[in-house]
Design a protein around this ligand. Structure first.
Ligand SMILES: N[C@@H](CCC(=O)N[C@@H](CS)C(=O)NCC(=O)O)C(=O)O
Length: 253
């Protein structure tokens, strides 16, 4: 069996499917894709994933993309250490949360990340070079997102995104009052999704939310997540982020 995982730094989408690989103890070859060098838009990578995004799972020559799909696939092929309940109701809960995070959380966390971090990178690129970069981006939506990041998102868009995050944190807090994990008694890919896309970084991005004071169950849940050996091992994967970008992102808090 050959299993390759093409990914960037252990954060967001790259982390979201890395954690299940580690939880399940599946041996895989890690292939680092350098987003700082726009390797995801390079000819060889676009041949692998025509959408020009990470992560990508390649299993015995078959390519699987999109983290929620990858995580479902891993569940189907490697069910020995499960991250999804076997009963239909449990499965439906996990799928509901994954859909909620994918549609109502990820795009809005991402908008703020792009506004602050990618915007600065985009504005640092010469106009000619930026045009060439846009031409190489295969997904039209992604092309628009790069262009929007350069000019900056509007106040209304950013405020709407914060409303979505506040709603998601409150929903999470209410759910954790009923059960230890998002989809019930079992730790699942729903927890992994929320952690990777929002829970891990929410107060860094949104200090005004006062997460520790307002969402104590979320914080306690995150402490449990971070204590898991698989999560620690995924977070310890190499991080090649340019120190300049990293320092800058610290300043934006
Ligand atoms: N829906 C996709 C989204 C993947 C995605 O947005 N990946 C980001 C990294 S977190 C990426 O490749 N960004 C670089 C780019 O789009 O140029 C998934 O779930 O895998």
């Amino acid at each position: 069996m050959t299993l390759k995982y093409y990914h960037a730094e252990p954060a967001a989408n790259s982390l979201k499917s890395m954690i299940p690989l580690k939880e399940k103890g599946i041996p895989f070859e890690s292939v680092y894709i350098d987003l700082h060098e726009f390797e995801q838009h390079s000819e060889w990578f676009v041949k692998l994933n025509p959408e020009g995004q990470v992560p990508v799972l390649e299993h015995n020559g078959v390519v699987i993309t999109h983290t929620t799909v990858i995580n479902e696939y891993l569940e189907d092929v490697f069910p020995e250490i499960p991250l999804r309940p076997y009963d239909p109701v449990g499965k439906a809960r996990v799928r509901y949360w994954n859909k909620f995070v994918d549609e109502n959380v990820t795009p809005f966390m991402s908008m703020h990340g792009w506004h602050h971090m990618i915007g600065a990178i985009a504005r640092g690129i010469e106009p000619d070079e930026f045009e060439k970069l846009l031409e190489r981006i295969p997904l039209p939506d992604q092309r628009r997102k790069w262009a929007a990041a350069r000019s900056g998102f509007s106040e209304a868009e950013l405020a709407n995104a914060i409303d979505k995050i506040v709603y998601a944190c409150a929903k999470m807090e209410a759910t954790l009052a009923q059960s230890p994990w998002l989809a019930g008694d079992m730790y699942t890919t729903a927890d992994i999704n929320f952690f990777a896309m929002c829970g891990m970084t929410v107060e860094i991005r949104f200090p005004a939310l006062e997460v520790a004071a307002n969402y104590p169950r979320l914080v306690e849940w995150r402490t449990r997540m971070e204590a898991r050996p698989a999560v620690r091992s995924a977070l310890a994967m190499p991080n090649h982020t340019d120190p300049k970008v990293r320092n800058w992102s610290r300043q934006v808090r």
